[in-house]
Structures are given as C-alpha cells and as structure tokens.
Design a protein around this ligand. Structure first.
Ligand code: LRH
Ligand code: MN
Ligand code: MN
Length: 383
C-alpha cells in the first residue's frame, strides 16, 4: 500500500534549475548547461528517467520564451516529459521598478497584465493547467505608496487573469515575506494570498514556497489550514538556512519537510483529486544541476515515505488518550525509520535503478552534454 502510494508520487522540476544561477554577487558558469529551453527539457527528462517520478517541467516566461510553444510541448512529449506550471515573470523589466500589477502607473500595470494573459495563452498552447503568479511588488520606504491602493490594483489584475482562465486551468498565488521589497511586500504571507484567492473562486489557490517565510514560521500549520479550506494548490519546494536560499529541498531541515508531508497526507493533500502540485523551485549555484535535481526528488520521496509510515491508528489512540509522549513517539518512530531500502524496492518495481544518483553518474549523460554544448550562451535564470 505504501509502495503503491510512493509509486504514484509526482514531483515537478523547474526549467530554471538547469541553467546557470547565482546570487547578486556572482552567477557561476557551469560546463554543459542548456543553451535553450529545449535543452533544459532534455536535462529535466534525465531527472525523470532516473527517478521515474518527475514527469513534468515548469517553465518560466520569458526565460523560456520560444517561437512555437506547441512545438516545445511536442518535443517535451518526445523526451518523455510534459509541460507543468507556467511561471509568470513581472519582476525583471526596468518598467517594474516600482511594481508590476500594483504599480501606481496604469501603463505599467497594463503591461504587466498583458504578460500574465500571455502566460495563459502559453498554457493553452502547451496544455499546461497551472499558472503560477509571484509578484515582487512592494515598497522600500514608509509613505512611498499607498498600501491599500496597491491591494486594490492587485485585486483588479487578479480578477482579469482569473476571468481569462479556461475550464481546466487554475492559478496559484505565491507569497513571500520580503525581497526584493524591503518594507511592504504586496503579497507577504499566506493570509493575504488566501484572502485574494477566496474572493475569486475555486480556480485560485495558494502556493507555499518553503523558503518564503520568517525564520521559525510553522509552515506545516499553514499547510494544514489551507488544505482544510481547499486552498492549497501546491508547493515550491526548496530549503533555506537564512532567507530565500533556494537550496536543495530537504537539505537544511529534513525534519521540517517530513512534518509538512505528514500534514499533506493527513489532510488528504496526497490524494490525486486534491491536485496539490509538488514542485521544486531551486537553484544549484555551486553543485551540478541535474544531479542536484535528482537528489532533491529523492529527498522529497524520503520525507514522503516517512510521513506515510506514521501509524495513524496508533497516533489517534494516543491523541484521544491525551498521551503526549506516546503520540509524539509514534510520529518520531516513522521519522527515524531508514526508508532508503523501501524506496530502492519501489524504484526496482517501477523499472528504474534503486540508486538514481549512481545510475545517472554511470550514464555518461553529463559528459556528453558537456562536450556537445561547448561555446553556446547558457540560457538561464536571470537571462
Ligand atoms: C520568488 C520565486 C518565485 C519565482 C522564482 C524564480 O522568490 O520563489 O517562485 O518564480 O523564485
Ligand atoms: Mn517560488
Ligand atoms: Mn523564492
């Protein structure tokens, strides 16, 4: 039963994880990185090939701009993957210095809205069902702009995008405490995202990026709450030690990831009907990218396996009896189980190597693309 559940897990990789990335101090150039969106899909297909559970790839527009999106989707299908969420980008143009959809200038707001609607066109062309909206909008100084008016402008833009969605499409609104805005962020927390989505309807849900909270925030509470309200659309998984570090999920705090998955499963978020998207949103600034994605997928699988192992019946008994230590022991027993042999079996049953990292290393894929892609301009994050 647990093995069946693990077999049908789906984890989405982000196209931007395969390109060069960095901090504001330096973007390091790595050998063999993709030169265009097609090559990013080819790399993402390797992650799926060796894990068997990463069949979709999220795109970020305009980083992944191509002439023909239907053609890109067709190529993805040939490679054995599909197009996942379309991520909008209204944070990169000079015009957005004072905001995009919340900008005081109506011309800038119109430009931002055009981009968001274009992203829905790209969903139509690629068959994607999910639009992910993150706004870097906010202010740096008290008095810089009116907080309430900015909320009004945000609501107007969201209404327009919502109205454009097709019957099987949805948008996920992403919140982030700070950065790049340092005083007010216009969507700083789950409550703000939730309130905007609630007004709009079922096709608007919240996405939880695990790196977007204040230190110490209980993310699993947010997950439990949003699931209960039918408003948890998905995750941008990554891990952090300090701020929005975008490190590999499960690297900084595997226990937090387990606690999140425990709430997801308990709240029915692991059921297919719940349509909770498990997406990675990471950058591999100093480690190899494809291997970094494979490791990340495995980390999510390990946390999921441990969360599935929790003896829910024993837990319910302990909770009803007010047995604090007993209940906690049930959860910790599952967390402290080594699930790697179980996942090895699951992979063998799925027809993939029990050790995806080693199998990928042996495949020679990296050496091949490193040699083939010499001299091209990398297509990446911030491009
Ligand atoms: C913002 C964010 C958002 C963007 C991605 C590149 O910090 O998490 O999801 O689309 O980074
Ligand atoms: Mn994100
Ligand atoms: Mn982020």
């Amino acid at each position: 039963m647990i093995k069946d559940l693990l077999r049908r897990q789906r984890i989405e990789t982000p196209s931007w994880a395969f390109g060069d990335s960095g901090t504001r101090f330096k973007v390091f150039a790595q050998a063999g990185v993709p030169r265009d969106p097609y090559e990013k899909l080819a790399d993402a297909a390797q992650v799926h090939r060796f894990t068997g559970v990463a069949p979709t790839v999220a795109l970020h527009i305009p980083w992944d701009r191509v002439a023909d999106y239907a053609d890109l989707a067709a190529r993805a299908a040939e490679l054995g993957v599909g197009i996942g969420a379309i991520n909008s980008n209204v944070f990169q143009d000079d015009a957005y210095m004072l905001g995009s959809v919340t900008n005081p200038d109506p011309k800038v707001r119109a430009r931002a809205l055009d981009h968001l609607l274009e992203c829905v066109d790209i969903m139509d062309a690629t068959g994607s069902a999910t639009l992910k909206l993150w706004f870097s909008d906010g202010t740096n100084y008290p008095g810089q702009d009116d907080i309430r008016s900015r909320q009004d402008r945000l609501a107007q833009a969201l209404e327009r995008v919502y109205a454009r969605l097709g019957a099987h499409q949805r948008f996920l609104l992403e919140y982030k405490l700070f950065e790049p805005a340092f005083y007010v962020s216009d969507v700083p927390d789950w409550g703000t995202a939730y309130a905007h989505c609630l007004r709009l309807g079922d096709k608007a849900q919240v996405v939880v990026d695990t790196g977007h909270h204040a230190p110490g925030t209980n993310i699993e509470f947010i997950v439990a709450f949003l699931l209960r309200e039918g408003k948890l659309g998905g995750f941008d998984f990554n891990s952090r030690f300090y701020a929005d570090d975008d490190l590999m999920v499960g690297a900084a705090d595997p226990f937090q990831l387990f606690r999140i998955m425990f709430e997801v499963i308990g709240g029915g978020g692991y059921d297919a009907e719940a349509n909770v998207a498990f997406m990675l949103d990471q950058c591999h600034n100093i480690e190899p990218k494809i291997a970094g994605q494979i490791r990340s997928v495995m980390n999510v699988q390990e946390a999921t396996a441990k969360a599935l192992l929790v003896d829910r019946a024993a837990l319910a008994v302990a909770q009803a009896a007010g047995d604090v230590l007993g209940a906690n022991a049930v959860v910790m027993d599952a967390y402290n189980t080594d699930v790697r042999p179980l996942l090895g079996q699951v992979r063998e049953e799925m027809g993939v190597d029990p050790d995806p990292m080693a199998a990928y290393g042996r495949s020679g894929y990296f050496e091949r693309v490193r040699d083939e892609r010499v001299g091209g301009a990398p297509a990446g994050w911030g491009a």
